[in-house]
Design a binder for this molecule. Structure first.
Ligand code: MN
Length: 220
């Protein structure tokens, strides 16, 4: 049977998409401690590894998440995450651990991680969390200390400390060593260079005054 050109193109296209949405590649050896000091002339999907004979236990340990982050900012939150620079042993393991500090009334504003799903556990305080799926359906939940919640890969989500008196603390695991984070408000209104005014006015059905105000509020 001869495959029709359209079907062939669709298969090629689909396999390309499958390749693009795959999670981090599985490690091909026990570990690949990131060679963070090497001056790279070569770009890999991940970071080059040191000679395994040179690996030491401290490559797999970090105190990065020990200290609370500074939440004195517009939204009242701070995220501190592991990465290959502070935890070289995480290279190729497809993992990130993130400490999320929220001031009283603080918000991790709607954002996405293009390369990871996220599971979070509330360690202190209480949070209202939620995500919106691709049919614009909102899923929200109030979490207390000990409760966990999953944010599916790449979907827009938020974490809100509704308590105006007490701070909150959460810990998140993400399914990539480099999940990426894109805050929707900042990506839209505070990009550099800015998204053209006409695009935002039309997209959000606002006028120039509204636009200038939002940009100013967001430091754009
Ligand atoms: Mn997140």
């Amino acid at each position: 049977m001869r495959i029709k050109p359209f079907v062939f193109k669709a298969i090629v296209c689909l396999s390309f998409i499958v390749e693009l949405v795959k999670s981090d590649p599985d490690p091909l050896q026990d570990y690949c401690v990131a060679d963070t000091k090497n001056t790279k002339n070569l770009f890999l999907n991940g970071v080059e590894c040191i000679n395994p004979d040179l690996a030491v236990a401290s490559n797999f340990a970090t105190s990065t998440l020990a200290k609370p982050g500074n939440t004195k900012n517009t939204f009242g939150f701070n995220v501190t995450a592991t990465n290959v620079a502070v935890l070289p042993g995480v290279n190729t393991q497809g993992l990130t651990l993130a400490r999320v500090d929220l001031a009283p009334g603080g918000l991790v504003p709607p954002h996405t991680h293009p390369r990871a799903s996220e599971v979070t556990i509330v360690l202190k305080g209480a949070l209202l969390v939620g995500f919106v799926d691709t049919s614009n359906r909102l899923f929200t939940q109030q979490l207390r200390a000990g409760d966990s919640f999953v944010f599916p890969k790449a979907l827009i989500h938020f974490l809100f400390n509704m308590d105006t008196m007490k701070p909150a603390l959460a810990l998140s695991g993400l399914s990539s060593q480099n999940p990426g984070a894109q805050l929707t408000s900042l990506a839209t209104f505070a990009s550099k260079p800015p998204v053209p005014d006409e695009v935002l006015k039309k997209a959000f059905q606002i006028n120039g005054v509204d636009l200038a105000k939002i940009r100013k509020n967001l430091g754009g």
